[in-house]
Design a protein around this ligand. Structure first.
Ligand SMILES: Nc1ncnc2c1ncn2[C@@H]1O[C@H](COP(=O)(O)OP(=O)(O)O)[C@@H](O)[C@H]1O
Ligand SMILES: [Mg+2]
Length: 500
């Protein structure tokens, strides 16, 4: 092997390695052109690709040392070299472009005093998909047949890499399309439920997703309020912006205020520097106010201003700042009652509750219990490396009749614990450790009198195996009273022998 051939071979090998790792078509072509030019010491160059949208049938994709894309395109258009190469699929090499009779007609060659030209097709599977063009005004015979062989092989390598990049781009866009299809058909991934009540709630969720309206999610603790709030954000148009969540009942008032609104340096002792609040951090996105019913009165007023004027003022600051945040709030309190008791501002309630979504307690949607249980069972098996496959029917009927005051969260915990403790592939009744609610607990859950009444009745019915006469006796009420109440709560008659 002669010296230049080995050199060419090494260069080809190196280039092939480099370009095959580039998946962006334009970046790849830049790299191809640069390598070709530097190896062949060309002065100017460009790569054209077939382009049906262009009337010439091709267009310049990348170029070097032309003043502008226009210059490169004009050069390509006025030169017959490109057309020749694209049509014949054969490379063209000139030893002396000015006296080469093939290019007599080409004004550009004469005008630009081009002495040497080399142009090779980019061929992929017998098809010409484009061409690499290089020229030089330095000397005649800059390029020779060795150069041409080199560039022809190089062109083939480049064509394969280009085709790869195109395929990759196609796959990627296909993939993006499929992904978005998945997320629109399976909008609420990981949110389980098939009961009529649950589907109605989700239907409402679906309708507010692409809007900016404030949404108030109500429901007992553990019914999935936060899960739904996150879904509204992550499926909606603000999904690429922040979701900021804060629990209004967990933080002392002073701290809550500075967390939400931020402060100016010196606003209070310890405020050593300006600080942005969560509302500002949520800019463009969503602010989730959990337990909004516990928001202290002064902050209710400040929040109302955010909703009305869409601006905030950091603590200790005189300046106001515009904010664009969507507000989703949640509470397990009955805000109507809080309003009546003077603990919650009615005007704020209306602003927060443009659309209200109520998540019913789990005991009112028994149809969801089996699907949720099996969902949590699979999840727990994955997390803990267990292999539980089913739930025994006795265990299932226990799950169905349990009052679930802790709702889905409680069910999740019960199932997870059972999966961990289970010794077989089927969850047994014994694996379930169902909470026996004590009266104190019932009182502590912040229930209204009516809710408390209902819980007590349900629990007693449970204890008596659904026997209404004995339940009435135990509770010290008349059977008629009991039946009246049950009817009011929509509990069917035949449930007296049943689970509740
Ligand atoms: N429909 C549901 N499908 C799947 N998981 C749920 C569902 N509802 C609630 N969960 C789960 O139950 C737990 C409690 O839900 P969460 O949204 O925190 O309730 P809340 O905010 O109402 O107290 C979370 O772990 C949540 O993922
Ligand atoms: Mg919560």
């Amino acid at each position: 092997m002669t010296e230049p051939q080995r050199d060419n071979f090494t260069v080809l090998y190196e280039i092939a390695q480099r370009i095959n790792s580039i998946l962006d078509e334009e970046e790849l072509l830049e790299q191809v052109l640069e390598n070709a030019m530097s190896h062949l010491d060309a002065e100017r160059g460009y790569i054209v690709m077939l382009d049906e949208s262009d009337q010439r049938g091709f267009s310049v994709v990348v170029y070097r040392n032309f003043g502008s894309p226009k210059d490169a395109n004009e050069s390509a258009a006025s030169s017959s070299v490109i057309n020749n190469v694209l049509k014949s699929g054969e490379p063209v090499l000139t030893f002396d472009a000015l006296s080469d009779e093939r290019f007599e007609a080409s004004r550009s060659i004469v005008a630009q005093k081009i002495l040497s030209i080399i142009c090779v097709p980019l061929r992929f599977q017998e098809e010409t998909i484009g061409a690499i063009y290089l020229d030089s005004t330095k000397s005649r015979g800059m390029f020779n047949t060795d150069t041409m062989k080199f560039l022809a092989v190089f062109g083939n390598l480049a064509a394969v890499a280009v085709e790869n990049a195109k395929r990759y781009a196609r796959l990627r866009s296909e993939n993006t399309r499929l992904q978005s299809e998945i997320s629109s058909t399976n909008l609420f991934q990981g949110i389980i439920g098939k009961s009529k009540q649950w589907k109605e709630a989700l239907d409402l969720v679906q309708r507010v997703i692409d809007t900016d309206v404030s949404v108030l999610i109500t429901g007992e603790s553990g019914t999935g309020k936060e899960l739904v709030a996150r879904a509204v954000h992550s499926q909606g148009k603000r999904r690429d912006k922040p979701f900021m969540a804060i629990n209004c009942s967990a933080i002392p008032e002073q701290l809550l205020e500075s967390e939400l609104f931020g402060y100016k340096k010196g606003a209070f002792t310890g405020a050593n520097a300006d600080k942005k609040g969560l509302i500002e951090y949520a800019e463009g996105g969503t602010l989730f106010l959990d337990e909004v019913g516990d928001l202290p009165a002064p902050l209710q007023a400040k929040l109302l201003r955010v909703l009305q004027d869409k601006e905030i003022r950091r603590l200790g600051d005189v300046e106001t700042r515009k904010v664009d945040v969507r507000i989703i709030s949640a509470t397990n309190k009955k805000l109507h009652e809080e309003i009546k008791a003077g603990r919650f501002r009615e005007d704020l309630y209306f602003r927060l509750n443009i659309v209200g979504i109520h998540l019913p307690p789990l005991r009112d949607r028994a149809d969801d219990i089996p699907v949720l249980a099996s969902h949590f069972m699979k999840k727990a098996c994955q997390t803990h490396g267990r292999n539980v496959k089913s739930i025994a029917s006795v265990a299932m009927s226990k799950l169905l009749s349990h009052p679930w005051y802790g709702n889905v969260r409680e069910l999740q915990n019960v199932i997870e614990r059972a999966v961990v403790l289970s010794r077989s592939e089927e969850l047994a009744e014994d694996d379930l450790n169902l909470e026996q609610y004590s009266e104190e607990e019932l009182v502590q859950t912040g229930l209204t009198l009516e809710e408390f009444e209902r819980k007590l009745v349900e629990r007693t019915l449970n204890e008596t195996g659904g026997n209404r006469t004995r339940t009435a006796e135990k509770l010290g009420v008349s059977l008629r009273w009991l039946q009246y109440r049950l009817k009011e709560w929509g509990v069917p008659k035949d449930s007296s022998n049943g689970s509740r």
